[in-house]
Design a protein around this ligand. Structure first.
Ligand SMILES: NC(=O)c1ccc[n+]([C@@H]2O[C@H](COP(=O)([O-])OP(=O)(O)OC[C@H]3O[C@@H](n4cnc5c(N)ncnc54)[C@H](OP(=O)(O)O)[C@@H]3O)[C@@H](O)[C@H]2O)c1
Length: 260
C-alpha cells in the first residue's frame, strides 16, 4: 500500500487528486495539508485526513511514502525541503517556482537519497505535445514560433509552466532562446525570438497552442485539457512510479510515461 500525503488538498487540483487516490486499491491517503486561510477546509476535515497550518507537514509526513505538492510556488518553496529532509519521496505539480528553488530542492533530494518527479503538467497529451514541439522545431528551424496559453481567471502564475517548458524545448532545438512575454507599443520587426502570450479567462482548465509560421504557411499544434482528471491520472502514475525509488534524483514525467 502506498501511503500518500497531498499538499494543497482543498485546491482545484488537490481535491481531485485526493478523490482519485481514495478510489485506488494500492494507495492510502494518510494526510492532506492546506493553508490556514482556506475557505474549503471544513469539508475536507470531515474526512479526518487534513491537517492545517505551517507545522502540519512534519507530522503528516511521519507515516507517508509519497508527498504530492499542488499548492503555490511560495508554499512549495517552504514545504519541499521539509519533505526531502523527512526522507519522503515527492511528486511535484506546482508551477511558478524559481530555478534557485528547484536547484535547492534537487540538492536536498540528492543529499537525502530520496526521489522526486517534478512536472508542470501531469497529462499524457501534454507530455506528447512537448515531444512533438521538439520534432517540429527541428523540422522547421527558421519558422517564427509563438506560444499562446489560456487558463482560468484564478491561475496565479504566468506564463504557465507548460508554456515555459514548450519554449525551453523549442529554444534548445533551434537556438532561438530569446523569450518575449507579450508585446506592446512600437515593437518593430520580429527578431529570432519566441513570443509567449498568456490569456486568463473564465474557467478554462488549460489550453496551449504553438504556432510555427513561415512566409507562406503556418502549422499550429494545440493541446486542450477537458478535465482536471487528466492531470490526476498522470499524478497517480507518478506516485506509483516514484514509490520505493530512492536514487537521490529528480525525474520528469517523460520518464514516468516512458517517452524519453
Ligand atoms: N502539474 C500539473 O499537471 C498541474 C495541473 C494543474 C495545476 N497545477 C499547478 O498546481 C498548483 C495548484 O493549482 P490549483 O489550481 O489547484 O490551485 P488552488 O485551487 O489555488 O489550490 C491551492 C491549494 O494550495 C493550498 N495552499 C496554499 N498555501 C498553502 C500553504 N502555505 N501550505 C499548504 N497548502 C497551501 C491551498 O489551501 P487553502 O485552500 O487552505 O488556501 C489549496 O488547497 C498551481 O501551481 C498550478 O499551476 C499543476
Amino acid at each position: 500500500m502506498i501511503r500518500v500525503v497531498v499538499g494543497g488538498a482543498t485546491g482545484k487540483m488537490g481535491s481531485i487528486i485526493c478523490q482519485s487516490i481514495l478510489r485506488q486499491t494500492d494507495m492510502h491517503l494518510v494526510g492532506g495539508i492546506v493553508s490556514a486561510a482556506g475557505g474549503n477546509v471544513g469539508k475536507v476535515i470531515a474526512s479526518g485526513i487534513v491537517t492545517i497550518g505551517d507545522d502540519a507537514i512534519e507530522k503528516a509526513l511521519e507515516h507517508a511514502d509519497v508527498y504530492v505538492d499542488v499548492t503555490s510556488a511560495g508554499a512549495a518553496k517552504r514545504n519541499l525541503p521539509i519533505v526531502a529532509r523527512s526522507d519522503v519521496n515527492a511528486v511535484v505539480g506546482t508551477t511558478g517556482m524559481s530555478k534557485e528553488t528547484m536547484d535547492e530542492f534537487s540538492s536536498i533530494v540528492n543529499q537525502h537519497k530520496v526521489s522526486a518527479v517534478v512536472t508542470p503538467n501531469f497529462s499524457i497529451g501534454v507530455n506528447v505535445f512537448w515531444k512533438v514541439c521538439g520534432t517540429l522545431a527541428a523540422a522547421l528551424p527558421s519558422y517564427d514560433v509563438e506560444i499562446v496559453e489560456t487558463h482560468h481567471s484564478m491561475k496565479k502564475d504566468a506564463p504557465s509552466g507548460t508554456a515555459k517548458r514548450a519554449a525551453e524545448i523549442i529554444a534548445g532545438t533551434t537556438g532561438a532562446d530569446k523569450m518575449i512575454y507579450g508585446r506592446q507599443g512600437l515593437v518593430g520587426a520580429r527578431g529570432r525570438e519566441i513570443g509567449i502570450h498568456s490569456i486568463r479567462a473564465g474557467d478554462v482548465i488549460g489550453e496551449h497552442t504553438v504556432i510555427f509560421a513561415g512566409n507562406k504557411e503556418r502549422l499550429e499544434l494545440t493541446h486542450r485539457a477537458h478535465s482536471r482528471e487528466t492531470f490526476a491520472e498522470g499524478c497517480l502514475a507518478a506516485i506509483r512510479w516514484v514509490s520505493g525509488k530512492k536514487d537521490g534524483s529528480v525525474h520528469t514525467m517523460e520518464e514516468v510515461l516512458g517517452l524519453c
